[in-house]
Ligand binder design. Structure first.
Ligand code: ZN
Length: 165
């Protein structure tokens, strides 16, 4: 005997409730899991003061951008910051990560990250693109970067991310 599943979109008491709530979309609910999803406090810390992370918790996506839980992040290193898992990415026990500039305003984006991402066509070794690439580097703005690689939310799927090693 086939089991017939109730179609809740045709279930009158629920529809009446939806109408009462003035909910026109069915929508979906994501179960919050602090292992994979940033809390409000973590998001606020990332934006304002940065978060210190052990290496095991910092990952990179298949596009090489850096990610912590379901948010893209940048990694501070001395007077520069990394926006990707680049050829010069430091191997450390802990990283200071953020979604904003933390501390000095003298911070510069790491050029190796731009190379890795081919950011805006950045290709400093190609002679005819030298001047253009320098311009991309000097005019780098984090807000523009986030427009191309949105910070949040990034899928928490394990198969799209890799360990920093
Ligand atoms: Zn870098």
């Amino acid at each position: 005997m086939a089991i017939e599943l109730q179609d809740f979109t045709k279930f009158e008491p629920f529809n009446a409730l939806r109408e009462k709530m003035q909910a026109t979309e069915l929508g979906f609910f994501e179960i919050f899991n602090p292992q994979f999803h940033l809390t409000g406090n973590e998001r606020s810390d990332l934006e304002r003061i940065g978060v210190s992370l052990p290496r095991a918790l910092l990952m990179h996506l298949l596009d090489f951008t850096l990610v912590y839980k379901n948010s893209r992040v940048i990694v501070m290193q001395d007077n520069r910051f990394h926006v990707a898992y680049c050829s010069e990415f430091p191997v450390q026990t802990d990283y200071l990560v953020s979604t904003n500039f933390i501390g000095s305003s003298e911070l510069r984006v790491c050029e190796h990250c731009l190379t890795r991402l081919h950011y805006k066509g950045y290709e400093p070794l190609k002679a005819r693109k030298e001047a253009y690439s320098l311009k991309v580097l000097e005019e780098f703005q984090l807000s523009q970067f986030w427009a191309q690689f949105p910070t949040y939310p990034v899928s928490e799927k394990r198969d799209i991310r890799k360990q920093i090693s």
